[in-house]
Design a protein around this ligand. Structure first.
Ligand SMILES: Nc1nc2c(ncn2[C@@H]2O[C@H](COP(=O)(O)OP(=O)(O)OP(=O)(O)O)[C@@H](O)[C@H]2O)c(=O)[nH]1
Ligand SMILES: [Mg+2]
Length: 422
């Protein structure tokens, strides 16, 4: 559609301040700041923000009439190409606003999905984003709702590879439903494979540690520091979309699988949460979580709360967690950081505090998974073979008094060797 490749689109942001105490889900200054960052990440230039104080958005038009007129004038003065709402809009709201403004209207969810679409590298990631976008667009198809991707052609916001392109959006609902079905089926296979892998790991006694946290907190940088994984770490929102797992040896000598995960953000579109469930669920199946929080952010606390809310949604809130206050090299004092159980200050960049972090991970590894040394008399050969069936054996030595084994095992294994622990 557009000829120019690197045309930067000018965007005006808008939202309703309800004045509610729900700082996670309300449109606040923070969430508007973040929306600006998201818009820039997607390649837009933010020209300004229009906010209206009202108890709740208008069902049909989001804003009141006077405010819409004010926004129209503001957009005209600033040569805006599109407006971006901090809340998820209904098809009707989009249609009415587009009509009143004569501009493209998108919302935070569409913007986040657009960024995800541009980031997804693996086939799984791409399918997950496409599924989220299709489910989001389906009920909005009747209107003139187009999303960012459609207009931007080859350049600017939304590249050629961004999720459902023009043709898909213009086809009928039935086609989209079929596509949703097909993707769901393909993804269920991926999920099955993931489950098989997980079971295998549990059987092998490999402990899983998932790194979770707000987007841009430094999760990938930490994984890289610990394992030289070469995972893309960037000063960008949602640099990581596909879980990367690497082996790591913990201070107690046992190896663990360390898993990098998708970053969390305020108002993560629920279609994305659903589509990315299997990816996000890495946290649910981990033995321990490392919650990386950016200590240099002005919103450390709120971001922690957002992550915790999402962990709850994913049924992962009962896991033992180490809070890693990261980017400590950028802050002058750690006094302002809220005290939390099992927290450490680290710099994933310089390595500061990483040893303490790993020690904490070992300390809170769920009981029942322990590293023990056992001495099994030679006349109890059957016990040695049962140990091999149930535990991970680090070393085996034949001593005068029996077989000396260094093992990592769970409660079942412990019950077998309990009489022989040295
Ligand atoms: N100064 C400093 N910068 C850091 C530290 N850790 C990470 N960063 C920087 O913070 C930015 C984000 O880091 P990532 O590791 O990509 O963050 P992430 O949590 O994986 O982000 P997403 O994958 O986007 O969710 C990068 O520019 C890193 O270089 C740190 O300890 N100190
Ligand atoms: Mg990352």
């Amino acid at each position: 559609m557009h000829e120019t490749k690197h045309e930067i689109e000018k965007a005006v942001l808008f939202g309703v301040h309800t004045g509610s105490a729900d700082y996670i889900n309300d449109c606040t200054e923070e969430s508007l700041e973040e929306l600006a960052l998201l818009a820039e990440t997607a390649g837009a230039q933010v020209m300004g923000v229009v906010v209206q104080n009202r108890p709740s958005p208008d069902n049909a038009r989001y804003f009141g009439e006077g405010k819409i007129e004010e926004m129209r004038a503001f957009c005209e003065d600033n040569g805006a190409d599109l407006v971006i709402c901090d809340d998820e809009l209904s098809g009707i709201q989009v249609r009415n606003l587009e009509e009143a403004l004569g501009l493209r209207v998108i919302d935070r969810s569409a913007l986040i999905m657009d960024i995800f679409a541009g980031r997804a590298k693996t086939r799984e990631g791409q399918l997950q984003v496409e599924l989220a976008q299709l489910r989001y667009f389906l009920p909005r198809l009747t209107g003139s709702f187009t999303g960012m991707s459609r207009q931007a052609g080859g350049g600017g916001i939304g590249g050629a590879r961004r999720g459902p392109g023009e043709t898909k959006l213009e086809t009928d609902r039935r086609h989209i439903r079929r596509r949703i079905e097909s993707i769901t089926q393909q993804l269920s296979e991926v999920v099955r494979n993931r489950e098989t892998q997980r079971r295998q790991r549990v059987k092998n006694g490999i402990r899983q540690v998932a790194i979770v946290g707000y987007t841009n907190a430094g999760k990938s940088t930490l994984l890289n520091y610990l394992t030289s994984a070469g995972v893309l770490a960037e000063d960008k929102l949602f640099a990581t979309l596909d879980p990367t797992a690497r082996r790591l040896t913990l201070p107690d000598g046992a190896s663990a699988l360390l898993i990098d995960t998708v970053g969390f953000i305020r108002k993560l579109p629920h279609h994305l949460i659903n589509a990315f469930k299997s990816t996000l669920e890495e946290a649910k199946f981990a033995d321990v979580l490392i919650h990386v929080a950016d200590a240099s952010s002005p919103h450390t606390n709120e971001n922690i709360a957002v992550v915790e809310e999402l962990l709850e949604k994913l049924d992962a809130s009962d896991k033992p967690v180490v809070t890693a206050y990261n980017k400590i090299d950028l802050v002058e004092s750690t006094d302002f950081l809220p005290p939390r159980p099992n927290s450490v200050s680290i710099s994933a960049k310089t390595g500061l505090g990483i040893d303490a972090l790993l020690q904490k991970v070992c300390d809170i590894m769920p009981e029942g998974r322990r590293r023990v040394t056992v001495l099994i008399p030679y006349d109890k050969g059957d016990i040695v073979s049962r140990v091999y069936e149930t535990s991970r054996v680090n070393s085996e030595e034949h001593t005068e008094n029996g077989t000396l084994l260094d093992i990592v095992t769970d409660s079942r294994g412990l019950s077998i060797v309990s009489d022989y622990i040295v």
